[in-house]
Design a protein around this ligand. Structure first.
Ligand SMILES: *Cc1c(COP(=O)(O)O)cnc(C)c1O
Length: 365
């Protein structure tokens, strides 16, 4: 990037980066979120001073005072997106501007100062540039980028903090599903909800995840991969999964997905699916879908496929649904054609293998 909006990050290269042989060994089987690159981005904020000390430095533990506000009141937000190796050897991100905008919205909801979106985008380009050798080789690998910010002020009073730290770390990841895409099973939590009207459901904050871990553990106990949440008011409508949005494919070929009323996270994959399906002439309805409609529709054939979507796994078929007193499958419990077609289309755009009709691919290198 050049031009007047260029923002200078001070680059302090890691004096002891991981050697090439060790890195290659790590990249051979990176898993998800377990290994990290040599660098991180840090930017500080102080009330009255604004954002300062934009830096790329060696990834290292951060000293944190025991009275740091985030440890007590969880004022924290994050993002997640991937950088991909293109067929021509270049590197690109997928819709990073949408992550920048959502990060700013999350900040607003959590009473945090918004990092300027251009600084957010530049921070991603910086870490990708310095750690590009960490992008796993092969079709399915990518570099998962995790920008986040937290209240670093040393203060136990209850009010928005006056100091924050923004960071970006990067984690090479392999295919989410080793051995091909497999349908997941979901547990419909009878007791726990994720987000209520007026709450933080639309903000990407760690607190939403903390509140959902007990429900996720319940899902695992019942042999399911993921939890699906119903709305907090009537316990009737499907909201989303713990970290993924949900879609239904109806027998007329149309799609339905819960609307953005403030209790679900506005996924960028969700938005991409809506646009791709719409462009292909498919009707997409953003409307409430009751659990009863799902159950009846799966049994009658009215609902032919269901899938979850999010950056990490892209698009994942939902095969089996369990509640305390019922268990059913969508179609034969396998991976539906519409689901897998949308998945392929999206992945091909992300990897630069297909035309990019919406200008979603943002080349870095
Ligand atoms: C991040 C997230 C999603 C998916 O969003 P993408 O932008 O598609 O990755 C869905 N639900 C929750 C709760 C999330 O945190």
């Amino acid at each position: 990037m050049s031009g007047g909006d260029h923002l200078d990050f001070e680059i302090r290269p890691n004096p002891a980066p991981v050697g090439a042989a060790e890195r290659a060994a790590l990249l051979a089987n990176p898993g998800f979120g377990r290994i990290f690159t040599d660098h991180m981005v840090t930017v500080r904020y102080a009330d009255g001073k604004g954002w300062y000390d934009h830096r790329v430095e060696a990834r290292a533990p951060i000293a944190i005072d025991p009275a740091s506000a985030v440890l007590h009141y969880a004022q924290e937000i994050f993002e997640g997106l991937k950088a991909y190796r293109l067929d021509d050897g270049g590197v690109a991100m997928f819709r990073p501007d949408a992550n920048a905008a959502r990060f700013a919205q999350s900040a607003q909801r959590m009473a945090m100062p918004a990092l300027p979106q251009e600084a957010f985008l530049q921070s991603l380009r910086e870490i990708i540039s310095i750690d590009a050798d960490w992008i796993p080789p092969g079709e399915e690998g990518s570099l998962y980028l995790r920008p986040f910010a937290y209240a670093s002020e040393v203060f136990l009073g209850v009010r928005p903090a006056l100091e924050y730290l923004y960071l970006v770390i990067a984690s090479p990841v392999g295919p989410y599903f080793s051995g091909g895409v497999k349908p997941v099973s979901v547990w419909v939590s009878p007791d726990f909800t994720r987000a209520a009207p007026g709450g933080t459901g639309a903000a990407k904050c760690g607190g939403n995840y903390a509140a959902g871990l007990v429900a996720q553990a319940e899902a695992i106990e019942h042999g399911c991969d993921q939890v699906v949440y119903l709305d907090a008011v009537e316990r009737k409508y499907v909201d989303e999964l713990g970290g993924m949005n949900v879609f239904f494919v109806l027998d007329d070929g149309s799609l339905a997905t819960p609307p953005l009323t403030g209790t679900i996270l506005p996924g960028i994959t969700r938005d991409s699916v809506i646009r791709l399906a719409g462009r292909a002439g498919r009707r997409v309805e953003e409307r409430p879908v009751s659990f009863e409609e799902w159950r009846e529709g799966a049994k009658s054939g009215r609902i032919r496929e269901a899938f979850a979507c999010g950056t990490a796994a892209v698009i994942t078929p939902i095969g089996t649904i369990k509640t305390p007193d019922d268990e059913f499958q969508v179609a034969d419990g396998g991976s539906g054609d519409v689901t897998m077609g949308l998945r392929r289309e999206l992945v091909d755009i992300q990897r630069g293998r297909a035309e990019d009709p919406f200008g979603w691919v943002s080349r870095v290198l």
